[in-house]
Design a protein around this ligand. Structure first.
Ligand SMILES: [Fe+2]
Ligand SMILES: [Fe+2]
Length: 195
């Protein structure tokens, strides 16, 4: 049998760059994958401990309302502060909506016979996105900013109350312990995609 020896000196001149690019791509992929793997592990532990799968979402409702309070109190001559609060708000509501829309709301239809309520929640999220867009446009305005903050609050408060007092309890009542643990893991994992 013939053996083929490859002399390293015969390596293409672009090979080191290719290897470098592969290394960078690997590092980026790993960097993107690690938070998801970590979130998956945290969610699994929370689920195994029997924690309420909706605990994190409820805490995010509080955070969003607190950020709205802070945004309302921040005057137009502090645009950087407004921007910092706005982006914190946008990040929080973004990952929150992702977990609800992709993981929690479908269960309302498949496991809790709440299809109509589910469609209403999706519509309310769509409407919040328009208000969020208006808030972004109004960062330097006096009245427009306050109006947009009020619009968001008027949409979020009843929506969050409906979730906490009606929809989440409906799901708690029908989900088995195993499904509930699975839900904890999936919510953590979905939210980690936005970090
Ligand atoms: Fe929601
Ligand atoms: Fe929510």
């Amino acid at each position: 049998m013939q053996t083929i020896f490859v002399n390293q000196k015969d390596e293409s001149p672009i090979a080191p760059y290719f290897k470098f690019a592969l290394g960078v791509t690997g590092a980026i992929l790993l960097g993107r994958l690690l938070p998801v793997v970590y979130a998956n592990a945290v969610g699994s532990i929370r689920g195994a401990m029997g924690k309420d799968p909706f605990e994190g979402l409820i805490a995010e409702h509080r955070k969003l309302l607190s950020l709205l309070d802070q945004m309302e109190a921040t005057p137009a001559d502090k645009p950087l502060q407004r921007m910092r609060l706005f982006y914190d708000f946008k990040r929080t509501i973004g990952k929150h909506a992702l977990a609800e829309e992709d993981i929690v709301y479908p269960l309302l239809q498949t496991d809790a016979d709440r299809a109509e309520a589910m469609r209403k929640l999706y519509q309310e999220h769509a409407s919040m996105k328009v208000s969020l867009f208006q808030l972004d446009q109004a960062i330097k305005e006096v009245g427009g900013w306050i109006d947009a903050v009020h619009s968001l609050r008027n949409e979020i408060e009843p929506h969050a109350r409906q979730e906490e007092e009606v929809e989440f309890p409906q799901l708690r009542a029908v989900l088995s312990q195993e499904k509930s643990a699975q839900l904890s893991r999936k919510i953590e994992q979905e939210e980690s995609l936005m970090v």
